[in-house]
Design a protein around this ligand. Structure first.
Ligand code: GDG
Length: 478
């Protein structure tokens, strides 16, 4: 095992294996976290520790290791039992923390055994970390599934630097206080040296939870950065808005194959404007609200019938969790009902795709769209909003963005901000976007692209590393 400088610990690995026609294949995983971290590993080497699933298989481990090594890093899977997966992943992570952190208290199931398994599996991750830890690496733990890893590592005698980044929002005290293990979770967080959150709002929320639930921990604030002392350690709490590899997106979007695909899509769709949405199938993404707002737009503007269409990609996600299947039915019912109400021979208002599409196709759709409709009810950041702008090498297109996405705090100047719960407001914004003159589109899009060119994922890594390990931050700079 190399003594890579960064050890990334996350629930998902950046690579996954499948068996196709009897042959083991290794695939790069999709999703926000992988998209953001892959460049760091390519640049720095290092080790990525993540969930390998419930079926331990030597061939699979070897294939993962080889593929990772050929990409310049090492990959170490952590295996969990099916029972652990049910209680830790489907249970505490996705039926307690995920809904709670997105203000969906009605989706929470506070089962005591979920917490027990959460601690147990976080401990399992800590054990694997300890096996490959050389005492020098910086540990960078990611996301809501692994908030207890530093706590478990300290219990095992690890005294190194451990940083944490939360990709989801952190809720307000009124919401967080409902968690039966609220103080234990906060105390586990205080075992990190650095706690990174997406936005200032998330920092304010965490700080106010700490003040109320751990009042004995002394806290100081300097230039918006909070320092919390706890049993001889000091945790720094700061916002680090995540971003994308802007240049890579812009370059990939200008690729000839993407260009051709965009032309084919536009030609096949006929005249008129394309509204585009792409989301994981998740109740936080506000897909039903968005569909209803689009229906409202057509109802109010019969002149648009035959002239606009919504392409909505919904990527299947967390299908074993009860709320997710119900959401699929709700979306399909709405698509059918809007298409039934407005379709005319040769024109369908909603093109609904329920599967993941290849990246080239996604880029072609970003480029073909006149409007990107990004309307989560709550979202840590939302990378789709940023990717859409990075792909608009023509400086055109309008971003409609939920004010409850972390991205809104940075992109409010160029996007049209909406309250996704306000159907009429979203319909108004759609109307405004579809009619926006090209010079105004360009002015807004240029503003967004200028900002993203600078605030890219490399800057994010550099800022984060600068806080935990200044020497590495210098190397992260490109
Ligand atoms: C979490 C937080 C935070 C989606 N469909 C396809 C596809 N994607 C890619 C997108 C984008 C990613 O997946 C989705 O990222 P988001 O940020 O929108 O959302 P989450 O997955 O919920 O991510 C979120 C993020 O972590 C990072 O911190 O922003 O708030 O919830 O990169 O491009 N890619 C391809 N085909 C698809 O069909 N190829």
């Amino acid at each position: 095992m190399s003594d890579g400088q960064v050890m990334v610990v996350s629930n998902r690995l950046p690579l996954s294996t499948t068996v196709e026609f009897g042959t083991l294949k290794v695939k790069r995983s999709s999703g926000g976290l992988v998209t953001a971290l892959e460049p760091i590993l390519k640049d720095h080497g290092g080790i990525w520790i993540g969930n390998g699933g419930t079926q331990e298989d030597k061939k699979m481990v070897r294939a993962l290791e080889e593929e990772a090594r050929s990409n310049g890093f090492e990959c170490v899977p952590v295996f969990v039992t099916e029972e652990e997966d049910r209680n830790f992943y489907e249970g505490f992570s996705n039926q307690v923390l995920w809904p709670l952190f997105h203000d969906f208290i009605g989706e929470c199931r506070f089962e005591p055994q979920y917490w027990e398994y959460y601690r147990r599996v976080n401990g399992k991750f800590a054990e694997v970390v300890m096996r490959v830890y050389n005492g020098k690496q910086v540990l960078w733990v990611h996301d809501y599934q692994l908030m207890h890893v530093a706590g478990s590592l300290r219990e095992r005698g690890c005294d190194g630097r451990i940083a944490f980044f939360l990709h989801t929002p952190f809720p307000s005290y009124d919401v967080f206080a409902k968690l039966p293990w609220r103080r234990d979770l906060l105390l586990a967080l205080l075992q990190y040296d650095l706690i990174g959150l997406q936005t200032e709002r998330d920092v304010r929320n965490l700080v106010s939870c700490l003040r109320r639930l751990v009042p004995e921990a002394p806290m100081t604030t300097e230039h918006g950065v909070h320092h919390v002392a706890w049993h001889g350690r000091k945790a720094v709490i700061q916002d680090f808005p995540i971003s994308i590899d802007f240049e890579e997106f812009a370059q990939a979007a200008s690729n000839l194959a993407v260009e051709e695909r965009m032309r084919t899509i536009l030609a096949r769709m006929g005249m008129g404007q394309v509204i585009f949405g792409v989301d994981r199938q998740d109740y936080t993404k506000g897909i039903p609200h968005r569909l209803r707002a689009y229906g409202e737009l057509l109802r109010r503007n019969p002149g648009m019938i035959g002239k606009v269409k919504l392409v909505q990609i919904v990527v299947p996600s967390r299908q074993n969790i009860p709320g997710y299947e119900a959401l699929k039915s709700r979306i399909e019912h709405l698509v059918a009902s809007i298409n039934g109400e407005f379709t005319q021979p040769g024109w369908v208002p909603i093109h609904y795709i329920h599967r993941a599409i290849p990246r080239e196709e996604l880029l072609a759709l970003y480029r073909a769209a006149h409007v990107a409709l990004v309307t989560p009810l709550k979202d840590g950041m939302n990378l789709v909003a940023k990717e859409f702008c990075a792909s608009r090498i023509d400086d055109r297109g309008v971003l409609i963005l939920s004010e409850f996405a972390g991205a809104a705090a940075e992109m409010y100047r160029g996007a049209l901000l909406v309250n996704p719960f306000d159907l009429e407001g979203v319909a108004d914004a759609l109307d405004q976007a579809l009619q926006m003159p090209v010079p105004q589109q360009q002015e807004r899009m240029r503003k967004l692209r200028r900002f993203l060119k600078h605030a890219n994922v490399h800057r994010w890594v550099q800022d984060f590393m600068g806080e935990i390990e200044p020497a590495m931050a210098a190397r992260a700079h490109r």
